[in-house]
Structures are given as structure tokens and as C-alpha cells.
Design a protein around this ligand. Structure first.
Ligand code: LMR
Length: 331
């Protein structure tokens, strides 16, 4: 009798263990996608599209959770925690990879790209694709580039010529190129997280900042800055990124479909980026809360002249061949 009970208990325990084992094996792969912008932005929309497509095409096998607006981690932390396995996907601005590779700083060089078509052309080229791989030695995998747009400068005055920015404090992302760019016009750059910019502007701890129309609109910077000067001086673009450890843990029969979905979500996000750049500019104009200042070609030439020396300063770290190739994409 005793033996019978023991056998029953043992059998029950074994089947419970097996069930747990099989439940684990069938558990969906969880992807936490953390980012810092609002949902109504190119990156926010890309992440939602990605989540929806995964549910549709890999339902039951992979589940995506999106955490917008720095809810989970800010961009300055997200890559660190990704390497620890706390987050599986993110899309930080290319300017925020400084600690992992200096080569991506190419995208911060002022006045390098004349428009988003040139950016797209360079990123699709062999050299552009080579840059995606520069973070692999740090355990990260670049899954693709995602656009936002060209940056404008905001302040509580018009910035028609570089001298207008002299002595002003500007918030920048964590990039030495961006620091050099503002130093080149005798302004003061301060590296600060995206989530703090509104408060820093509101409390006048900083005088201005550089960002796209999309971010100026969705973060309401335009409500607390009297002028946005349309300089189009630099690029805000992202890299969709994951950790090598996570990526290699995705079963081989799922990985290609997951990558295909990411690629499609990026195409969608890029379309949103182009639309939002125009739409959000219009929304800012319609709000009448700030003035958008357009500068003349002659004034623009002064900005280029003042900031262009930054290229030479970073040529060694980035590679002259890389810079030449990127510049050629404007032709
Ligand atoms: C910024 O920090 O200004 C941007 O990188 C935010 C973003 O992700 O668009």
C-alpha cells in the first residue's frame, strides 16, 4: 500500500515536472521593446506596427511588449540593460552609441546629408551596412536603420546666423561630435537625457535644443521656446538593435520571419517619418505658440562654414573613406 502511494506520488510529481517543462518549451518568446519617444512618432509607430505584425504572423510563438516615453529605461541606459537581458529591443538615436563605437558618429557630422534621400542612399550602401556591424564586438546586433528626420534648432530667439547662438546653452545627446558642433559656434553643449529636456527648457536651465519637427511637436518643446530656426543642420536617425545573446537564442525556424517583420516595420516607420516631418511642422505653425524662422542661403552658408571644421576633427575616428562615401550620397 505504502509503495503504491509512493509510486503514485512519484508519477504525479514526474508528470507535473514534464508539464512544466513542456509549458516552458511552448512559452512564447518575450520581446520588451523600450524607447523614449511618444507613440505618435515615427519610432513609436514603428514599434506598434512591429508588435501587431508579430502577433499576426508569429502569434503564440513571439510576444512583443512596447514601453514608450522612457517608461522602462532612458536611451542612456537601455543598451546596458539590453546586454544584461532586461530588454530585447530598442532603437536609440545613432548619436547614443558613442560608448560602443565611434564610427556611428558619422551621422552626427553637421551638414553632411542634404536630405533624407541622401541618408537612405548611404545607409543602403555597402559602407552604410558595414556601420551597422560596428557594434557586434560589444555584443549588440544592428537590425536596421530607422529614420526620424533632419534637426532644427530651438531657442528663445531666432538663430539666423551662428553668432546668434553664442554663449547659449544647448541640450545635446551623448555624442562628442554634437558637443564639438556647438563649441564650433561658441555655444555651450550639455549632454542630457531626452526625458529631461522639457523641464530643462521650462526652468531655463538650458536656452535651447536641437531636434526634429516630430520631437519638437510630440514633446511640446515648441510651447516653451519662442523660435524654431529651420537649419536642417544635422540628422536624427536610429538603429534598431538587439543583443547577440537574445538574437541567437531565437529558434532558427522563427528568426528569419522575425527579421522580415522588423524590416517591414522599419519601412513603415520611415514612411511615417517623412509624413510626420511635414505634418508636425504644420501643427506647430497652426498652434501659433512659436515662430518658425527660415534662413537665407547666405546665412545658411555661414552655419556650414562655422561647423564644417568638425568633420576634420573626427576624420580619424570615423574614417575619411566613410565620410567621403556619405558625402557622395548627396550627388
Ligand atoms: C533625443 O534624445 O533627442 C532623441 O534621440 C530622442 C529620440 O529617440 O528621438
Amino acid at each position: 500500500m505504502f509503495r503504491k502511494i509512493t509510486t503514485l506520488v512519484a508519477t504525479a510529481a514526474l508528470s507535473a515536472m514534464l508539464m512544466t517543462g513542456s509549458a516552458l518549451a511552448n512559452d512564447p518568446i518575450k520581446i520588451k521593446f523600450a524607447h523614449v519617444v511618444a507613440e505618435n512618432t515615427p519610432k513609436g509607430q514603428m514599434a506598434i506596427k512591429f508588435k501587431e505584425m508579430v502577433a499576426e504572423r508569429l502569434g503564440g510563438k513571439v510576444v512583443v511588449e512596447v514601453f514608450p516615453s522612457s517608461q522602462l529605461f532612458g536611451d542612456n541606459k537601455v543598451l546596458e540593460v539590453m546586454l544584461l537581458g532586461d530588454v530585447q529591443m530598442a532603437a536609440p538615436a545613432l548619436s547614443k552609441f558613442d560608448r560602443y563605437t565611434h564610427q556611428l558618429q558619422i551621422f552626427d557630422l553637421p551638414f553632411l546629408f542634404k536630405d533624407m534621400a541622401a541618408v537612405e542612399k548611404f545607409q543602403k550602401s555597402d559602407k552604410g551596412q558595414e556601420l551597422l556591424k560596428t557594434i557586434e564586438k560589444k555584443g549588440l546586433i544592428g537590425l536596421g536603420y530607422l529614420h526620424n528626420g533632419l534637426k532644427q534648432m530651438s531657442a528663445n530667439k531666432p538663430l539666423r546666423v551662428p553668432a546668434d547662438a553664442k554663449g547659449l546653452k544647448f541640450r545635446i545627446m551623448t555624442s562628442d561630435v554634437l558637443a564639438a558642433q556647438f563649441q564650433a559656434i561658441d555655444a555651450v553643449p550639455l549632454k542630457k537625457p531626452f526625458s529631461e529636456v522639457f523641464t530643462l527648457l521650462q526652468t531655463k536651465a538650458i536656452d535651447g535644443q536641437e531636434n526634429t519637427y516630430s520631437n519638437n511637436f510630440s514633446q511640446k518643446f515648441f510651447e516653451i521656446q519662442s523660435h524654431i530656426t529651420e537649419t536642417n543642420h544635422g540628422l536624427l536617425d536610429y538603429m534598431v538593435v538587439t543583443s547577440k545573446e537574445f538574437w541567437m537564442s531565437v529558434p532558427e525556424d522563427i528568426r528569419p520571419e522575425l527579421k522580415a517583420i522588423i524590416d517591414e516595420a522599419i519601412v513603415y516607420g520611415n514612411k511615417v517619418a517623412l509624413e510626420k516631418d511635414l505634418e508636425d511642422k504644420q501643427q506647430i505653425i497652426d498652434s501659433k505658440r512659436t515662430t518658425i524662422v527660415e534662413i537665407s542661403e547666405a546665412d545658411r552658408a555661414l552655419w556650414v562654414e562655422a561647423m564644417k571644421p568638425v568633420w576634420a576633427k573626427f576624420e580619424k575616428e570615423i574614417g575619411k573613406d566613410m565620410i567621403d562615401a556619405a558625402y557622395q550620397s548627396n550627388m
